[in-house]
Design a protein around this ligand. Structure first.
Ligand code: 5GP
Ligand code: MG
Ligand code: MG
Length: 173
């Protein structure tokens, strides 16, 4: 490997924060019929930890979308795997690994709104606010991080390292 991985957030820090987020979400959705939608593949570890800590009878589903393409900042996304459960009239929480430019989530949000979700909120493990090209705010944010390329806890570098139980910065040698 021509790079090393420097720890940014330890496993303990991440796990502690996920428990806090889960309790916040649990409080906000008490008595509601919540559908949690994870965006593949980056959200898998975060989502799995998060929903275990919620004392709510949630429904879960997944979506996979391709990176946006096109020359304008609006671009387009392709849905590679859609949800099985309809979002119509449901309280939906989208779970994402990281918000960077905000483009992916702005598209997904619009799509699910157009499909008639009753409410729509976003939960992200990481947020790089300095990189935004469109306005996008997470409703539940684990950690704000600096403009560095990170891996682990579901996030990949060329499809590797998603299984790291901590979040690290990729440092070129
Ligand atoms: P956005 O559409 O907000 O620019 O980007 C979202 C996607 O880009 C994330 O879901 C993630 O897959 C990828 N991404 C953005 N920043 C990073 C990063 O630092 N590390 C990794 N592994 N992926 C990132
Ligand atoms: Mg992602
Ligand atoms: Mg990726």
């Amino acid at each position: 490997m021509d790079y090393t991985i420097k720890t940014l957030l330890t496993r303990e820090e991440v796990e502690k924060r996920i428990k806090e987020l889960a309790k916040e979400i649990e409080k906000d959705y008490c008595g509601k019929d919540l559908l949690v939608i994870g965006l593949l593949k980056g959200s898998i570890m975060f989502m799995s930890d998060l929903i275990k800590e919620m004392d709510l009878p949630v429904m879960i589903d997944f979506m996979s979308v391709s990176s946006y393409s096109g020359t304008t900042s609006t671009g387009v996304i392709n849905v590679l795997k859609d949800t099985d459960i309809s979002v119509k009239d449901k309280d939906v929480l989208i779970v994402e690994d990281i918000i960077d430019t905000g483009l992916t989530l702005s598209h997904v949000k619009k799509l699910l709104e157009d499909r008639g979700a009753k409410s729509l909120k976003i939960c992200t493990l990481l947020d790089k606010p300095s990189r935004r090209t469109v306005e996008m705010k997470g409703d539940y944010v684990g950690f704000e991080i600096p403009d560095e390329f990170v891996v682990g806890y579901g996030l990949d570098y060329d499809q590797h390292h998603r299984n790291l139980p901590y979040v690290g910065i990729v440092v070129k040698k």
